[in-house]
Design a protein around this ligand. Structure first.
Ligand SMILES: Cc1ncc(COP(=O)(O)O)c(C=O)c1O
Length: 400
């Protein structure tokens, strides 16, 4: 059996795999088993932000692997502790961090933090504040609590009863949020730019209003930066574009550029909520992942981020040109190198055409092409990608 047949026979049918067997990856490129080269405009869903097989990230991970792969969080792990310091200093210099393995686990931890905040701040009953306001179209993960916090019915359908108590407001509609605020509310949880939901950015005023609402009602503001953070928008965290500071930030995906790692960084206000025994993880903050992540932080300096933002602007303009040319493009939206091309038609043929021509993109909600390239792409990569997209859109428009 070949690799595809083995997958077909033995794997639970949870993934719809693209017809591509990757043999090697470097920088912004992939090669398949036949040696065909692809330009990667997806980065493993916003994971390999500093490029596949980045030399210094690999060196750091290998060095750590040569020393030890795992000890346990019962002991001091130098790479993890250095990363904790660096990451916390970047986000909340007087805050604290907890490391997990994945995005869903980071959000679980944030939800638990909010629950305990509610417990500590509730009146006599001591457990009557637990409600978290989330948003329609959001995505926060696949564990039961993060699934329950996800505002998309298609993910809930078979898995009821869901965790209590998450309610769903509309992004960019402050009145819809205010309606849900009650004495039971503990937090508001939002992706500053919705990823899986269709590349929908929050408006600046809206995030500011959320901050004010939280301050007024003593609620925690949680930003899920798992997809939009780590430099994707030209800033280390997407919220830096908004002039709004949350109380808790969750990160994962590209934190270790392809090795599993998640983090919750809490501001001073809620940094002391957890005490010994409240939370933990065997693998969370794995030494190898943390060594890699330290190197990722080194790479993501302001010069690197500014360069990637320049290329992002160039890509946005090129996409705007395509929008002028093809009426099947309804909207171009997003931030930095997190862009969506919203179509009036199903985008799957466009994704297939691009793959055939050596460009990897993705499509969500049937009609939104999602572009999440590594942050190291160049203007000539943008020229290549938009030329292929131009052809694909041309064929699709003609076939319409
Ligand atoms: C915004 C956001 N939050 C959470 C998650 C869940 O992360 P993970 O798949 O690492 O559990 C994702 C994954 O796509 C995400 O995009």
């Amino acid at each position: 059996m070949n690799i595809k047949q083995i997958e077909e026979k033995y794997f639970m049918r949870t993934y719809k795999r693209v017809n591509l067997v990757v043999k090697k990856a470097k920088g912004q490129f992939l090669w398949d088993e036949n040696g065909k080269k692809y330009l990667d405009f997806f980065a493993g869903i916003s994971v390999c932000n500093v490029g596949h097989c980045n030399d210094s990230v690999i060196k750091a991970a290998k060095e750590q692997l040569d020393s030890f792969a795992h000890i346990s969080n019962l002991y001091y792990v130098p790479s993890q502790i250095k990363l904790g310091e660096e990451l916390t200093k970047r986000i909340f210099p007087d805050g604290r961090v907890f490391f997990s393995n994945s995005g869903a686990e980071a959000n679980e931890c944030a939800i638990k933090l909010a629950r305990k905040w509610g417990f500590l701040n509730s009146s006599e009953n001591r457990n009557n504040k637990y409600e978290i306001i989330c948003f329609r179209n959001s995505f926060h993960g696949r564990t039961l609590a993060t699934l329950s916090a996800t505002g998309q019915e298609k993910f809930h359908k078979f898995f009821r009863p869901l965790q209590e108590k998450f309610v769903f407001a509309e992004i960019n509609d402050i009145e819809s949020v205010k309606k849900f605020v009650s004495e039971r509310t503990v937090a508001i949880m939002i992706e500053p730019i919705q990823g899986e939901g269709g590349l929908i950015p929050s408006e600046k005023m809206f995030l500011k209003e959320l901050r004010t609402l939280c301050d007024k009602n003593d609620l925690l503001l949680i930003f899920d930066e798992i997809q939009c953070g780590m430099g994707r928008t030209g800033k280390f965290c997407a919220f830096e574009n908004y002039d709004v500071r949350p109380d808790i930030v969750t990160l994962a995906k590209s934190l270790a550029n392809g090795l599993p790692l998640g983090a919750v960084v809490a501001s001073k206000k809620c940094a002391e909520i957890f005490v010994y025994g409240d939370h933990g993880s065997t693998f969370g903050g794995n030494p190898v992942s943390c060594a890699a992540a330290l190197e990722v932080l080194n790479i993501l300096n302001s010069r690197f981020l500014n360069d990637s933002l320049e290329v992002a602007k160039y890509l946005f303009l090129k996409l705007e040109d395509l929008k002028e040319k093809y009426s099947i493009i309804k909207d171009i939206r997003g931030f930095g190198l997190m862009l969506g091309v919203d179509l009036t038609i199903n985008g799957s043929n466009i994704v297939d055409y691009c793959l055939d021509k050596g460009l990897i993109i993705n499509c969500i909600h049937d009609t939104v092409l999602r572009l999440l390239p590594p942050l190291i792409i160049t203007k000539s990569d943008v020229d290549f990608a938009t030329r292929i997209l131009d052809e694909a859109l041309g064929y699709s428009s003609a076939a319409k």
